[in-house]
Design a protein around this ligand. Structure first.
Ligand SMILES: [Zn+2]
Length: 251
C-alpha cells in the first residue's frame, strides 16, 4: 500500500487477525476461552508469552534468541523521521532498558547507538556519536541525565506512552509501548500524532488504543490494547490524508 486507503488498512488488520487465529497459539487459546474472541489483548499480558505469540511454524527458541521484545529498528527510524525536520541520515541515540548490538537502523538509514540508562559503562558508542549531533530518543525522566552524561547537543525526541501525552505541547515526541514498540509520532508540520500506518493499524475504543502490527509475525501482535489517555478517535489528517490520533470527540 503506497498511498493510504482506509478500507485496505482495515483489511490488512483483519488479515493479521485471521492469520493469528490460524497460526498462533496465543490467539487460538483465546478463541477457546469463554467469549474472548475479538476482544483486544492488554499489552501488559504479553510479557511472558513469547512462545505462544510466535507462529507454530516458526516458534520462539530461547536458546538461540534471548528475547523478541527488542523492537524493530526500522520502526524507530520511521518514528524519528516523522517527529522532526532533521535529515534522514541524522544519527539516532536511543535510551533502552537493555543493550542491543545495532549500529544502523535500516540498511541505508541513520547510524545508531543505544544507551542504557542504568549502565553508564556502556555509553561509549553513544558518546562517539555526539560530534554528529544525533537525535536522542528518551523518556522524559531520563533526558536531563543522558544529556549531561553524553554531552548531547543534538535534538531530543521524547518517548511517551499514549497515556502520558495529555497536555504535551512543543517538544518532538513519539509514542511507544514496550511490546508494540514505536507506533506513532507527532508531526512538526501539522502538529498531529500520526500513526506509522504502513506498520501499524490503530483504532480507539473504550479508553484504549487497539493496535495491530501489520508486518510482524514473530511475535504476532493482533489487536493489542494500550491505555489511550486522552486519545479518543482515529481520523485522517486533513493536511496529510493519513491516520492521526485525536483527542477531541467526533464532529
Ligand atoms: Zn498531518
Amino acid at each position: 500500500m503506497l498511498v493510504f486507503s482506509g478500507p485496505r488498512w482495515a483489511e490488512a488488520a483483519d488479515a493479521v487477525a485471521d492469520r493469528a487465529l490460524r497460526e498462533v497459539p496465543f490467539y487460538r487459546e483465546r478463541l477457546v476461552g469463554a467469549g474472548a474472541r475479538g476482544g483486544p489483548v492488554p499489552s501488559a499480558e504479553l510479557a511472558d508469552r513469547l512462545w505462544a505469540l510466535c507462529p507454530l511454524a516458526s516458534p520462539f527458541t530461547p536458546a538461540r534468541e534471548p528475547t523478541l521484545w527488542t523492537g524493530v529498528p526500522g520502526d524507530l527510524a520511521a518514528a524519528v523521521r516523522l517527529a522532526g525536520r532533521w535529515g534522514r541520515a541524522t544519527p539516532v541515540v536511543e535510551a533502552r532498558p537493555a543493550w542491543v548490538p545495532w549500529t544502523r537502523l535500516t540498511p541505508a538509514g541513520p547510524a545508531y547507538a543505544p544507551v542504557v540508562v542504568s549502565t553508564p559503562d556502556l555509553d561509549g558508542p553513544a558518546r562517539a556519536r555526539t560530534p554528529a549531533r544525533p537525535v536522542l530518543v528518551a523518556p522524559p525522566a531520563a533526558v536531563a541525565e543522558l544529556t549531561a552524561r553524553l554531552d548531547h547537543v543534538g535534538p531530543v525526541v521524547l518517548r511517551l506512552a499514549a497515556a502520558e501525552v495529555s497536555g504535551h505541547r512543543g517538544r518532538a515526541a513519539v509514542l511507544f509501548d514496550p511490546h508494540l514498540g514505536y507506533f506513532a509520532g507527532r508531526s512538526p508540520v501539522c502538529g498531529h500524532w500520526h500513526v506509522l500506518w504502513r506498520c501499524f493499524h490503530v483504532t480507539a475504543t473504550g479508553g484504549a488504543l487497539v493496535v495491530t502490527a501489520l508486518r510482524r509475525r514473530r511475535p504476532t501482535l493482533s489487536r493489542i490494547a494500550v491505555p489511550a489517555g486522552d486519545f479518543a478517535r482515529v481520523d485522517l489528517c486533513r493536511r496529510h490524508r493519513t491516520p492521526v490520533l485525536l483527542s477531541d470527540p467526533a464532529p
